[in-house]
Design a binder for this molecule. Structure first.
Ligand code: C2E
Ligand code: MG
Ligand code: MG
Ligand code: MG
Length: 278
């Protein structure tokens, strides 16, 4: 058995660790290859106005489909990409694909449907993130106010000063800003008030408890009120039922997204849906 001598102590060599490292390396290499083989695509999930029922936007969600058709869940490959840095390349491709989708929407006469992209804190931390984003939108002749940048509350608040500054410059350039998974990240109110966000997205967990607990959905209710006070739009994520929809409408939540309205779908599927509803 091999042993590593370290100071006075002796550490046993652990084949399990090497196996794990090796596996992680192989999967990272797979993802890197997937990016270059165009195995990464996006689906669009509609966002609706709860009063009118009309589609008012969409969120672009990254998808990994292997050449044999098998799909790997974002819950699996996004954390991996965050850990090995590939999220920067994935995010960049997603921005390109979202702008291509916006171009297609415009060609079909839908000029007023913004698309949201999820952005990792690793991307935001890059010095020329804003510059690169502007270049992409210009390349596809997309107006910045048609693109919404989603950052999770946890990520936004982790480096409150740094992210606040980048988000402000994005906002000044005309991009919309949404705080994703809101309610899970322990924002201080003072910090939230200083965030240049246009939208708060109520995390799915607070929507799923609507009707389920006796505590009466106070968190969703509080976030709706908070959005009003801060003059931010509020969107409920993960809406799955008629009952949740009714509750949200009665509590003056303006926007929603979830399987009850539509699952994430191909760009063609989304265009057809828009055409049907127009
Ligand atoms: P998210 O940004 O909060 O996206 C919403 C997730 O909830 C999506 O999962 C969506 O398919 C799912 N969802 C939507 N409506 C419902 C519903 O009614 N019920 C349930 N149970 N789920 C619903 P998805 O596509 O698996 O993505 C998971 C997460 O991966 C995203 O959460 C986001 O954090 C991350 N992600 C996806 N694409 C990207 C990307 O391009 N860049 C980055 N940085 N992260 C991404
Ligand atoms: Mg929106
Ligand atoms: Mg999101
Ligand atoms: Mg979310």
């Amino acid at each position: 058995r091999a042993q590593l001598q370290k100071g006075a102590g002796v550490i046993d060599y652990q084949p399990v660790l090497e196996q794990e490292a090796n596996q992680r390396f192989t999967r990272s290499r797979d993802l890197y290859r997937a990016l270059h083989c165009r195995e990464i695509s996006i689906e669009l999930q509609p966002q609706v106005n709860l009063q009118s029922g009309r589609i008012i936007g969409a969120e672009a969600l990254a998808r990994w489909t292997r050449s044999d058709g098998t799909r790997i869940s974002p819950a699996e490959f996004i954390p991996m990409a965050e850990a090995n840095g590939l999220i920067v390349l994935i995010g960049n491709q997603v921005q390109h694909m979202a702008c291509q989708a916006l171009q297609r929407l415009r060609q079909s006469g839908f000029t007023n449907i913004p698309i949201a992209v999820n952005v990792s804190p690793l991307q935001l931390a890059r010095r020329n993130f804003l510059h690169e984003l502007i270049e992409i939108t210009q390349h596809y002749q997309v107006s910045p106010d048609m693109l919404e940048i989603e950052i999770t509350e946890t990520a936004a608040m982790a480096d409150y000063e740094g992210n606040g500054q980048v988000l402000r410059s994005l906002r000044d350039a005309g991009f919309r800003i949404a705080i994703d998974d809101f309610g899970t990240g322990y924002s201080s109110l003072a910090h939230l008030r200083a965030m240049p966000a246009t939208t708060l997205k109520i995390d799915r967990q607070f929507i799923s408890e609507i009707g389920a607990t006796a505590r009466e959905h106070t968190i969703a209710d509080m976030i709706i009120g908070l959005g009003k006070r801060l003059k931010m739009e509020v969107l409920a994520e993960g809406v799955e039922s008629e009952m949740q929809t009714t509750w949200l409408r009665e509590h003056a939540c303006a926007q929603a997204q979830g399987f009850f309205f539509a699952r994430p779908e191909s760009i063609d599927g989304f265009l057809q849906r828009l055409a049907r509803s127009a």
